[in-house]
Write a protein that binds this ligand. Structure first.
Ligand code: PBG
Length: 327
């Protein structure tokens, strides 16, 4: 056969395949989500997320040590408070769980990069991501509380805040509040494109944040929509978001790709709890090769256009990279 074009030429061996690779990854782009809770001496495994734990503040340093050793320098903190109320006051309490954890962690591990999830669902008695008016989340009444939460995180040492509530206008409200508080340099990573997704199931068990009635469909996005995702991303960039996140990752890479093509901010993809739980469960059954699946999922997110990957597999991915099994 007289074929000029033979794509297989460049697939001949591992060295060549590595040389021509289009997607390369680095540990510095990984973010590890971490759950902190009140109490003492607690390091309890999350039943729906095998291998992931909730830590009390005194046990947090052990995990931060493991992250440091693995070379994962960025983490995203989620708080599990003891006390919940109608207005989620634990979220913006200067002595709330995240604020206390930040102060303690920063003291021992000042070189790690601390991002906080800014939301109210872990702190409200009804489990919704804002304050209620009747059975509906009141958008505008929630904004000052989110801003206050973000500011209190930053005052406790957060390096970056990541609002995940999906209220309209929250990026601007947070930006204005941080600026007024003298924190013009703190970036906002917006969960701009966050879908109402069944993939968050295990997280809600982990954080005890499932809504006590209804669902989140009046504020999180409808997963049938693609153009609306662009609208959300552009709106948040206009409001001052520094980084745009798409969440979940695996089933939404089309949006990572589209949004990264038309915007100029860094993009993050969040491989959420349901993705993690599915891989773990299938691996436990011996039905899939966990390491290879995790590698493929990560590479696909970067290939789609993400610069940042948020994953419960951050330590494992860092190890694979160190050992040259992925990169
Ligand atoms: C808080 C929040 C959620 C997740 C991140 N921030 C839960 C939700 O929106 O219900 C999900 C993360 C995951 O599933 O890993 N609003």
């Amino acid at each position: 056969m007289d074929l000029l074009n033979r794509p297989r030429r460049l697939r001949k061996n591992e060295a060549l395949r590595r040389m021509v690779r289009e997607t390369r990854m680095d540990k510095s782009s990984l973010i590890y989500p971490l759950f902190v809770m009140e109490g003492q001496g607690i390091e309890e495994e999350i039943p729906s997320m095998e291998g992931q734990y909730r830590y009390s503040i005194d046990r947090l340093p052990y995990e931060l040590e493991r992250l440091t050793k693995a070379g994962v320098r960025n983490l995203m903190l989620f708080g599990i408070p003891d006390h919940k109320d109608e207005v989620g006051s634990g979220a913006y309490d200067p002595d709330g769980i995240v604020q206390k954890a930040l102060r303690a962690a920063k003291k021992e591990f000042p070189d790690l990069y601390y991002i906080t999830d800014v939301c109210m669902c872990e702190y409200t008695s009804h489990g919704h991501c804002g304050v209620l008016c009747g059975h509906d989340v009141d958008n505008d009444a929630t904004l000052p509380l989110l801003a206050k939460t973000a500011l209190s995180h930053v005052e406790a040492g957060a390096d970056m805040v990541a609002p995940s509530d999906m209220m309209d206008g929250r990026v601007m409200a947070i930006r204005e509040c941080l600026d007024a508080g003298g924190h013009k340099d703190i970036p906002i990573m917006s969960y701009a494109v966050k879908f109402a997704s069944a993939f968050y199931g295990p997280f809600r068990e982990a954080a005890g944040s499932a809504p006590s009635f209804g669902d989140r469909k009046s504020y999180q996005m409808d997963f049938h929509n693609r153009r609306e995702a662009m609208k959300e991303a552009l709106a948040d960039i206009d409001e001052g978001a520094d980084i745009i996140m798409v969440k979940p990752a695996m089933s939404y890479l089309d949006l990572v790709s589209e949004i990264s093509a038309v915007t100029d901010v860094p993009m993050a993809a969040y491989s959420v709890s349901g993705e993690y739980a599915m891989v773990k469960a299938a691996a436990r059954m011996g039905w899939i090769d966990e390491e290879r699946i995790v590698q493929e999922m990560a590479v696909a997110a970067y290939r789609a256009g993400a610069q940042i990957y948020i994953t419960y597999y951050a330590k494992e991915l860092a190890k694979y990279m160190d050992e040259g099994r992925i990169g």
